[in-house]
Design a binder for this molecule. Structure first.
Ligand SMILES: Nc1ncnc2c1ncn2[C@@H]1O[C@H](COP(=O)(O)OP(=O)(O)OP(=O)(O)O)[C@@H](O)[C@H]1O
Ligand SMILES: [Mg+2]
Length: 397
C-alpha cells in the first residue's frame, strides 16, 4: 500500500527532509524533566532499517484506555536528533492492539497520521513489554480546537468546519477503499495544526479491516459517535459507521458540543430519534433481527426533520444542512459515501478560495493542498474526480 519513497528522516522542526543525517541542534532539546532509555529495535517505517537508538521523552500529551502518549526525540548518536514525535505506548502482544501497528505500517496519506518508527521497551514501572509507535506530532486535536472556541463562547468559523470536514472525508475515502474501518471517529482522535489547517486522523487502536460476511463486534466506537446500526447490535456493519461519526463531528464543530449525548447505550438511540425521527422497523430488523430494546417509534418532537436540522445547524447554510441530512441517516447504504461527500456543494468554498484565517490571525493563510490526489485516490474517485477538483477558472481566482 505504501509507495516506494526516498529515505527521509524527520529533523527537529518536524518537517521531513531528504537528509538522513538529520539536524544537529542539541540546544533545541527542551530542558523539561525527561526520561531517557535505549531501544535496540527501533525500526524505521519508511526504510525498514533497524537501529539502536536513544529515546528522550519529555512530556505526556495523552492518556487513553490502554496506554499513554508522550512527546519525544530520538537519536542514533546523541548528535542528530529526530522529532518531536508523539510516541504511543500500548501493551505488546495483545492481538487487538497489534492491528494498530499493522494498519499504520501500510497507510500513507496526507490525512492519516504518519508512523515514523516503532520499537518495544520494557516499562520500568511494571516490567511489562510495551509497543512504542513514534508518529509525527501535531499541535492539537479537534476536541481541543472546538473547546478553545467554546471557552470564548464562539464556534469554529464555517470555513474551518469545511476545511476540517473535507480532510476527514478524504482520509476516509482512502481508508475505506482498503476496507479499513476506523471505528472510533471522534474529535479527540482527529489531529489538527490550527495554524496551517492540516488535519490527520489518528488512533487506529479500534480500527479493523472489515471482510464481507465476517462478523465484527458491535460494542465499538465511543457512545456519542456510535452509528445507529451499532447501537442496535449489528455485527455485519460496514465502513459507513465511520461516516456516521463524521456527521456527528461536523455537527459538533457547528454547535460546539456533541450533538447526540445519550446517557447510556440505548438512550443514545433516543437522542438520535429526537433529530431524525423514529427509526423504521425495516432498518431495525436488518441491523439486528433479534433486537428487543426500545423502538422510540413515537415522534419525540414536532415538525419535520428538515425543520429540526435547520433549527439546530442553521449556521451551516442550506448546503451544510443538505449535507448533514444525507450523512446522518439511519440506513448505512443510503448515507453518503466519502467521494459523494467530497463532491458536495458544501465544499465549493474550498474549491473557489484558496485561503482561510487561522485563529488569532488577521492575515489570510493559504489552505493546505486539498486536491493533490495520487493515482490511487483518482481511481477511487472515478467520475467524481472532476467534481471534487476545482475547475480551471476556480483555480485561477
Ligand atoms: N501524533 C500525535 N500528535 C499529537 N498528539 C497525539 C498524537 N497521537 C496521539 N496524540 C494525543 O494523545 C491522545 C491519545 O492518543 P490515541 O487517541 O491514539 O490513544 P488512546 O485514545 O489511548 O487510544 P485507544 O482509544 O486505542 O485507547 C490523543 O487524543 C491526542 O491528544
Ligand atoms: Mg483516542
Amino acid at each position: 500500500m505504501a509507495e516506494e519513497r526516498e529515505v527521509l528522516e524527520v529533523p527537529l522542526n518536524g518537517n521531513p527532509r531528504a537528509d538522513t543525517q538529520g539536524e544537529t541542534a542539541p540546544g533545541a532539546i527542551p530542558s523539561e524533566k525527561s526520561y531517557e532509555f535505549v531501544a535496540d529495535d527501533v525500526t524505521s517505517n519508511r526504510t525498514n532499517s533497524v537501529k539502536r537508538m536513544l529515546i528522550k521523552e519529555y512530556r505526556k500529551i495523552g492518556r487513553g484506555a490502554f496506554g499513554t502518549v508522550v512527546q519525544a526525540y530520538i537519536t542514533p548518536n546523541k548528535e542528530n536528533w529526530y522529532g518531536p514525535f508523539a510516541i504511543k505506548k500500548v501493551p505488546a502482544q495483545t492481538e487487538y492492539k497489534s492491528r494498530e501497528l499493522e494498519i499504520l505500517r501500510v497507510t500513507d496519506h496526507p490525512n492519516i497520521v504518519k508512523l515514523e518508527y516503532f520499537f518495544t521497551h520494557v516499562s520500568p514501572s511494571d516490567n511489562k513489554v510495551y509497543q512504542h509507535l513514534a508518529m509525527e506530532c501535531l499541535p492539537a486535536t479537534l476536541q481541543i480546537e472546538i473547546s478553545r472556541y467554546a471557552h470564548n463562547k464562539m464556534e469554529l468559523p464555517l470555513k474551518h468546519v469545511k476545511l476540517y470536514s473535507y480532510q476527514i472525508a478524504r482520509g476516509m475515502l482512502y481508508l475505506h477503499a482498503f476496507g479499513i474501518c476506523h471505528r472510533d471517529v471522534k474529535p479527540s482522535n482527529i489531529l489538527v495544526d490550527p495554524s496551517s489547517g492540516v488535519l490527520k486522523i489518528c488512533d487506529f487502536g479500534s480500527a479493523k479491516k472489515l471482510e464481507p460476511d465476517q462478523p465484527s463486534i458491535s460494542y465499538i466506537c465511543s457512545r456519542f459517535y456510535r452509528a445507529p446500526e451499532l447501537i442496535l447490535g449489528s455485527t455485519q456493519y460496514t465502513t459507513q459507521v465511520d461516516i456516521w461519526g463524521l456527521g456527528c463531528v461536523i455537527g459538533e464543530m457547528l454547535v460546539s458540543k456533541a450533538i447526540f449525548q445519550g446517557q447510556e447505550p440505548l438512550l443514545q438511540l433516543r437522542e438520535i430519534a429526537k433529530l431524525l425521527g423514529p427509526p423504521d422497523k425495516k432498518f431495525i430488523f436488518f441491523s439486528n433481527p433479534s433486537y428487543d430494546g426500545p423502538l422510540y417509534s413515537k415522534p419525540l418532537f414536532t415538525g419535520t426533520p428538515q425543520s429540526r436540522f435547520e433549527k439546530y445547524f442553521g449556521k451551516s447554510g442550506p448546503d451544510g444542512i443538505d449535507l448533514l441530512m444525507k450523512v446522518l441517516v439511519y440506513e448505512p447504504q443510503t448515507r453518503l459515501s466519502p467521494r459523494r461527500i467530497l463532491a458536495h456543494p458544501f465544499f465549493d468554498d474550498l474549491r473557489r478560495e484558496k485561503y482561510f484565517f487561522p485563529r488569532d490571525h488577521a492575515q489570510p493563510v493559504n489552505l493546505p493542498d486539498l486536491f493533490n490526489f495520487n493515482e490511487f485516490e483518482l481511481q477511487i474517485l472515478g467520475d467524481f474526480a472532476e467534481r471534487v477538483k476545482p475547475s480551471q477558472e476556480e483555480h485561477s481566482q
